[in-house]
Ligand binder design. Structure first.
Ligand code: NAD
Length: 506
């Protein structure tokens, strides 16, 4: 049992310092593997959030005016500090999220990809220049940072998502405020120390820990120019609508319900291995996790379900401290209860339970928030397990008769984050990639997460607003383009007024 003395009280990171919370409101941070409370996180008040915004605003002009080369040098130092401190980061991430060490390593590596892209920000900030667009006039477009921008993050990638949301924003010259997930705040605070060590000026990186109060102040405060949100769909929609109402640039990425379509010609052994990793890795708490496998044709479905049943029975659910573990707990007791309730409703709505993750000893006996791997067959549109994102290891088999039926079903779903097809038929793959209405598409790839130098975002209810996370679009999202027309006249040049609209034909 944890004693009261072992529970740390966390802080914010404001103006380059760890700052104690003043609101007297706290959230509990759990170790999901043991179910114990390991820390208290302060939940910022409106006033504390406003103070942080003001400090960021005061720090911004100097950072904007710092050379792009110097900014990149600091981002490069930060990148190196992440790799040098990998072991400590892994411990923090695994303790507060429950994910396995290997999974956390993968998350850090993918997060570093977006830092790498940000190191090259000077290239992405280059403008355009035209000479002699009119009499002695040259014109150029240049990218300028926006000012104070905010990122609001989910719990499921304590480091990758915040890095993807903020690295480019900093590199192009903004002051960034991160509202980390209150369920995994320790990683964000540790990252703050790394920015400080890298030499980032105080006030350019801020972590405000908190909940709705902090978020609402970020959305409403006129100093904040842009919001990058990643989280569940209902909150993403709220963030987009509210931020837009207050005149901000907003990109809000939401949840996913991602399908793996399996054509009859696919190698089912390969498919089963791909599905199991992509579906159950990280206890299915990934926005790009495969939720539903869609075999085409009865024979494909029957064979595939047989293979999956055997493989799923061998999965090891447990603590990240055991290297044998395939996946760990979900984030909270509420989450565990909600997943189990969703499985029960799926069953009562007519789904067939092929593998029952509720029956594992660890699920029944441990205080950790474990749910075993569950597979439901004969899932149909209209059932809750089909329509809703279940953020935990309850996965579906939806049987379809044709590729057309699969495409139709997927395109009708409210969410459109990721999708993949397994086939050896190039024509089927081409039809699929052309007709499917989903943001990130794979062909024979289990989780089609784009690499950090490509843009990342879903369609439909998986993304509100036009920006992307990762990728060169980040440099566009976090800058504004000014177009400047410049004329340096000789002393004897005519300065007579002209009243016609400038036509630049001289
Ligand atoms: P969440 O929506 O509950 O929380 C995300 C952030 O929003 C947190 O910082 C939280 O404090 C804040 N928040 C929550 N409710 C709020 C409210 N009512 N008002 C203002 N702020 C609020 O999401 P989560 O449970 O932390 O993360 C899991 C979700 O994130 C899943 O739906 C997952 O699919 C999604 N996700 C999406 C992507 C993507 O790229 N599309 C990536 C990772 C996670």
């Amino acid at each position: 049992m944890t004693t009261a003395q072992e529970v740390k009280t966390l802080t914010h990171f404001i103006g380059g310092e760890l700052v104690e919370g003043k609101s007297n409101r706290f959230g509990s941070v759990f170790n999901p593997t043991t179910g114990e409370v390991i820390a208290k996180v302060p939940l910022a008040s409106v006033e504390e959030t406003r103070e942080a915004i003001n400090k960021a605003q005061a720090a911004f002009p100097k950072w904007r005016d710092t050379s792009v080369a110097k900014r990149s040098e600091i981002v490069l130092k930060f990148r190196n500090l992440i790799t040098e401190n990998m072991e400590e980061l892994l411990q923090i991430i695994c303790t507060e999220s429950g994910k396995t060490i290997e999974d956390a390593k993968g998350e850090i590596t993918r997060g570093i990809e977006s830092v790498d892209l940000a190191i090259g920000a000077p290239h992405l900030m280059k403008g355009e220049y035209s000479v002699n667009v009119g009499g002695q006039i040259n014109a150029y477009s240049a990218k300028y940072p926006l000012g104070v921008v905010a990122a609001i993050s989910p719990f499921n990638f304590p480091i990758m998502v915040p890095l993807a949301q903020t690295s480019m924003a900093i590199a192009v010259g903004n002051a960034v405020i991160l509202k980390a997930s209150e369920r995994v705040p320790m990683t964000a605070l540790y990252v703050s120390e790394l920015w400080k060590k890298a030499g980032l000026p105080d006030g350019i990186w801020t972590v405000v820990n908190g909940d709705k109060d902090a978020v609402n102040e970020l959305l409403e405060n006129s100093i904040v120019e842009a919001i990058s949100f990643v989280g569940s769909t209902p909150v993403a929609k709220y963030i987009y609508e509210t931020g837009s109402k207050y005149g901000k640039r907003v990109t809000a990425l939401g949840g996913g319900k991602n399908n793996m379509v399996v054509m009859p010609d696919a190698d089912l052994e390969q498919v089963a291995n791909a599905f199991i990793g992509a579906a159950y890795g990280a206890a299915s708490q990934r926005c790009m996790a495969i939720s539903t496998i869609m075999p085409v044709g009865k024979e494909t479905a029957d064979r595939l379900v047989g293979i999956l049943k055997e493989k799923i029975a061998n999965l090891k659910v447990g603590s990240y401290t055991n290297p044998e573990t395939d996946f760990g707990p979900v984030i909270s007791q509420q989450s565990k209860d909600a997943i189990i309730a969703a499985i029960e409703r799926g069953e009562s709505e007519g789904a067939t339970v092929i593998c029952d993750g509720r029956e594992l000893d660890i699920v029944k006996e441990s205080k950790g928030f474990f749910v075993g791997p569950t597979l439901l067959d004969n899932v149909k549109p209209g059932m809750e397990v089909y329509e809703q994102e279940i953020f935990g290891p309850a996965r579906n088999v939806v049987r379809v008769d044709s590729l057309d039926e699969a495409i139709q079903l997927i395109n009708k779903h409210e969410l459109g984050n990721g999708v993949t097809i397994f086939t050896n038929d190039g024509l089927a793959a081409r039809k699929f990639t052309t007709e499917i209405d989903v943001g990130m598409v794979g062909v024979n790839v289990p989780i089609p997460i784009p690499v950090g130098y490509h843009n990342f975002a879903g369609f439909k209810g998986s993304r509100f607003g036009e920006g992307h996370m990762f990728g060169p679009d980040q440099a566009r999202f976090f800058t504004k383009t000014k177009t400047i027309s410049e004329r340096w006249m000789e002393a004897q040049a005519s300065t007579a007024s002209t009243f016609a609209f400038p036509s630049n034909n001289d």
